[in-house]
Design a protein around this ligand. Sequence first.
Ligand code: G3I
Length: 301
Amino acid sequence: GTTLGASAAEKGRYFGAAVATGKLSTSVYTTILNREFNSVVAENEMKWDATEPQQGRFSYTGGDRLVSHAQANGMSVRGHALLWHQQEPGWAQGMSGSALRSAMINHVTQVATHFRGKIYAWDVVNEAFADGGSGGRRDSNLQRTGNDWIEAAFRAARAADPGAKLCYNDYNTDGVNAKSTGIYNMVRDFKSRGVPIDCVGFQSHLGTSLASDYQANLQRFADLGVDVQITELDVMTGGNQANIYGAVTRACMNVSRCTGITVWGVRDCDSWRGSDNALLFDCNGNKKAAYTNVLNALNAG
Ligand code: G3I
């Protein structure tokens, strides 16, 4: 293939980008998006604060706009994210206990129902594990409603949209470490008890080196019987950027249950990482060396 999306599709995979819908009217941005990518995710517009700014009052303007753009251009959509301890609307931040539990399950049900049939995979729960060596859950008001909040969310999402793949998504899970192993143990437990989970997202916000066991870590999750996806890829600029992009792409291609890759933005200047210049296109829309390495890795083999 000659584009990221077409090359990934030839291998039964997708190649996506996080989109800020406000930029869809910028032609250099949308030209690249439509040419290169066959999957999108909303960078912000499907988060809790955006979709339920007041309790029980839902707002889908941005998310609907992205879905329309995707459908008009033959792109699949990842949904991000039903529950996350960040970007909670103000009204939820102060809640706790059974009131919060009801509110969060209602949120999952309402949003997944609204987008039912239009989402390839949902990040049902985002970033619920702690950094560091504990391997345990992150403290949050969601976690304090009870350790079963994650499985309750997955069950509600399955009931609302039985056709969407349901993912757990996190960062700093780029190799075998305490955090990724904590998540691994949760997924294994969910699979053994029939809790509906279909995929694990590896955000892959990367620095100047890549864990040597990156692929092995993806494979151990796949071996549990879930798909794996690279969900928010970006890589710090510097001598290794293009090499790391190539290595991540090869790792996904080498894992048969790695179903696709999403980069967290289109051009360097669209990125939350600012001066890291972490993406595949420069601000003028030119392809970088990292782009060439990704394309070659998609087309290899
Ligand atoms: O929408 C408001 C706007 O109304 C307001 O005027 C403006 C002024 O501050 O802020 C706007 O919200 C900002 C939003 O991006 C949209 O631009 C938030 O302040 C800002 O915090 C938010 O940052 C996003 C961040 O998640 C927090 O939600 C980034 O764009 C987004 O790239 C980042 O993405 C996360 C993933 O969701 C999860 N994994 C990590 C990743 C990077 O942090």
